[in-house]
Design a protein around this ligand. Structure first.
Ligand SMILES: [Zn+2]
Ligand SMILES: [Zn+2]
Length: 322
């Protein structure tokens, strides 16, 4: 199994600004001062040695992930704006002639998780099949409404692909594209659902848009069970712990610190911080990542016998092999 992140930003797509590029250019020029590079490989080696934020970006597309499995059929999580590039890449790879099947697990129907669908090129192509799964009753109505005039010029009924909707139930495991998929109810305005996906001896958990109340021990234990020994957990770490428990309590999101706690307790191997706050620039996310890694180190000894938790910050274009 491998997981590719096509969109990692929360709430709203967040394009980089000129001021950000300028900040990166300054940092790189400062670091490269006086150096001579003999070829492109030497430049790449230099860039790889710099802090991530200077020569890269976490990206700005809203949530969309692809779970690569042995199956020829595609498995995705959420239809955020990252779905536009994902759809383009799949079209480039398979061409418009060969019908493709896309299975899409929807966490919930907030706009940042849905907005990529009208721009998903495979939806326009006859012969393709798109099956959209979720636990909410109004999934189909939400997708249809999004494509309606005056908000979008191409009505749902004009889409070439065959589009189907399937209702899932929290706690009930179903087989999708060769994987065992189990949804779990999460605390979020209007409810959201996480997915535990098990296939090919690997376990991947997608848990976006989920608030965790530290004082609710039973709910915490529920997530420890849900994350149990996962190879990768994608976790809503939109806020700092201080913000999550004070200013932004009830905003429906969680923090890097809670992510580390739950994953260490559950014996998870890798934690990907996800649903990045739109106001954070790349340098700030780098800082959050290094703070989170430091916290993981400090707390490591509390769980003897558990694997060391590797912490990463998801970015648009990242692929993690499980
Ligand atoms: Zn969201
Ligand atoms: Zn949401």
């Amino acid at each position: 199994m491998e997981v590719t992140f096509w969109g990692t930003r929360g709430s709203l797509p967040t394009p980089m600004q000129s001021s950000h590029i300028r900040q990166k250019a300054r940092a790189l020029l400062r670091a490269a001062s006086g150096k001579v590079f003999k070829d492109e490989a030497a430049i790449d080696a230099f860039l790889d040695a710099q802090p991530f934020w200077t020569a890269n970006t976490y990206g700005g597309d809203s949530p969309c992930l692809q779970v690569g499995l042995a199956s020829k059929e595609h498995l995705l999580c959420d239809f955020g704006s990252g779905a536009r590039r994902l759809g383009g890449a799949m079209l480039g790879k398979f061409g418009p002639g060969a019908g493709q099947t896309y299975h899409v697990l929807m966490s919930h129907l907030h706009w940042d998780h849905l907005m990529g669908f009208p721009f998903f090129p495979p939806a326009f192509i006859p012969g393709n099949r798109i099956i959209i799964y979720g636990c909410h009753d109004d999934i189909e109505a939400s997708f249809r409404r999004q494509n309606q005039a005056p908000n979008f010029p191409v009505d749902f009924s004009f889409l070439g692909a065959k589009i189907e909707f399937r209702k899932l139930t929290a706690g009930e495991t179903v087989e999708i594209a060769g994987a065992a998929v189990t949804p779990k109810l999460q605390l979020h305005a209007g409810d959201s659902y996480g997915y535990r996906i098990q296939a090919e001896d690997a376990v991947f958990v997608y848990s976006s848009d989920s608030e965790h109340r530290i004082e609710d021990e039973a709910a915490g234990q529920g997530f420890v069970d849900f994350f149990d020994k996962a190879d990768l957990v994608v976790f809503d770490a939109m806020y700092s712990l201080a913000d999550a428990v004070s200013l932004k309590e009830d905003w429906g999101h969680s923090s890097n610190i809670v992510g580390v706690e739950l994953c260490q307790r559950a014996g998870v191997k890798r934690l990907a911080l996800f649903h990045h706050e739109p106001v954070y620039d790349d340098q700030r996310i780098d800082q959050i990542l290094s703070d989170t890694r430091r916290y993981e180190e400090i707390r490591r000894d509390a769980y003897p016998g558990h694997p060391v938790l590797e912490v990463l910050a998801a970015y648009d274009g990242l692929t993690v092999a499980l």
